[in-house]
Write a protein that binds this ligand. Structure first.
Ligand SMILES: NC(=O)c1ccc[n+]([C@@H]2O[C@H](COP(=O)([O-])OP(=O)(O)OC[C@H]3O[C@@H](n4cnc5c(N)ncnc54)[C@H](OP(=O)(O)O)[C@@H]3O)[C@@H](O)[C@H]2O)c1
Length: 284
């Protein structure tokens, strides 16, 4: 079965995560059950959701009705920006479990550091996540959109190193400093918007390599992430693309192709999403 071909990556707490997953950001709740079912049918065993995506309940429903055992699917969710105060985080985390109708998640993340809000305090939020790990309701805990100074602060002020840091990474934004810090400190990088929401797929370097290898541009870019060692979870509501994005373990890019895609890095100007130092959006 194709699932066996997806490598597991070991986290710093001893747990493992499938290197390829399925992201559900911007999938409408009414479309989420079908999309997640499609992905599970293709062989994905890792789903990335968040409180702010508004579709945790549908993710849980799709998994519960899939015929798979709970332990066969790795599920990540993330704390809403609205709930960083520890008491709020505790209630919100339980609401994630209630929405999913699971008694644990595999991974729970602080979604954004929000350094301009909450008096700049994401440390007490992290300490709340440490409780969820300690009581077993979160098998692993991590962060998202943390910059190097944010990670250094957690290292200085708390006792747990995040298992992962989920940040924007794609050929136009290599995010090398954050990735290097993760590599040096045992934090797995998860690359969000791995195909830059489609914006890198017309790049001539990518299409050239895809044409030569008889692969699609999305497969080439996702393969590039895999060979760099990052975890990815492309999002699609299109069955053909869900299947296409899964078929990336039966070919390899050579060093030259890897370097040419890496050279597309535009630094900060390649960033598509918000900057973590200033992002302060609050859900209504
Ligand atoms: N932590 C964070 O702050 C954060 C932020 C953003 C994303 N994420 C996570 O990362 C996941 C992926 O990122 P993303 O959803 O922003 O973007 P993405 O996966 O880079 O791109 C998704 C877009 O590309 C299209 N697409 C997918 N596969 C394709 C293919 N093979 N060929 C052509 N187009 C294709 C999809 O269209 P269709 O759906 O119409 O097929 C959709 O418009 C999210 O779902 C979420 O789980 C996390």
């Amino acid at each position: 079965m194709a699932t066996n071909t997806i490598p597991d990556i070991r986290l710093n707490d001893g747990n493992t995560i499938p290197q390829l997953g399925f992201g559900v950001f911007q999938i409408e709740p009414r479309d989420t059950v079908a999309a997640v079912r499609e992905a599970l049918g293709v062989g994905y065993r890792h789903i990335d959701t968040a409180q702010m995506y508004g579709n945790e309940s549908e993710v849980g429903q799709a998994i519960r009705t899939s015929g798979l055992e709970r332990e066969e699917v790795f599920v990540t969710s993330k704390l809403s920006n609205a709930f960083h105060r520890p008491d709020d985080a505790r209630k919100a985390f339980q609401s994630t479990l209630d929405e999913l109708r699971f008694n644990y998640v595999d991974l729970f993340l602080i979604h954004w550091p929000l350094p301009t809000l909450y008096d700049g305090d994401f440390v007490s939020t992290w300490q709340a996540l440490e409780e969820f790990k300690a009581d077993g309701r979160a098998r692993s805990i991590g962060v998202s959109n943390f910059q190097v100074p944010h990670l250094k602060r957690l290292a200085a002020e708390t006792g747990t190193v995040p298992a992962v840091n989920q940040v924007e990474v794609h050929p136009y934004l290599g995010n090398e400093q954050v990735r290097a810090y993760g590599r040096e400190h045992g934090i797995v990088t998860q690359a969000w918007s791995p195909i830059a929401q489609g914006k890198v797929l017309d790049d001539p370097v990518v299409t050239g390599i895809a044409g030569r290898l008889r692969r699609t541009p999305a497969q080439v870019v996702l393969r590039w992430h895999i060979q760099r060692g990052d975890v990815v979870f492309p999002k699609s509501v299109t069955p053909e693309r869900i299947a296409e994005n899964f078929r990336i373990f039966d070919f390899a890019l050579d060093d030259d192709d890897m370097a040419r895609i890496g050279a597309l890095d535009r630094g900060e100007s390649g960033r598509q999403g918000a900057h973590p130092d200033t992002f302060d959006w609050m859900p209504a």
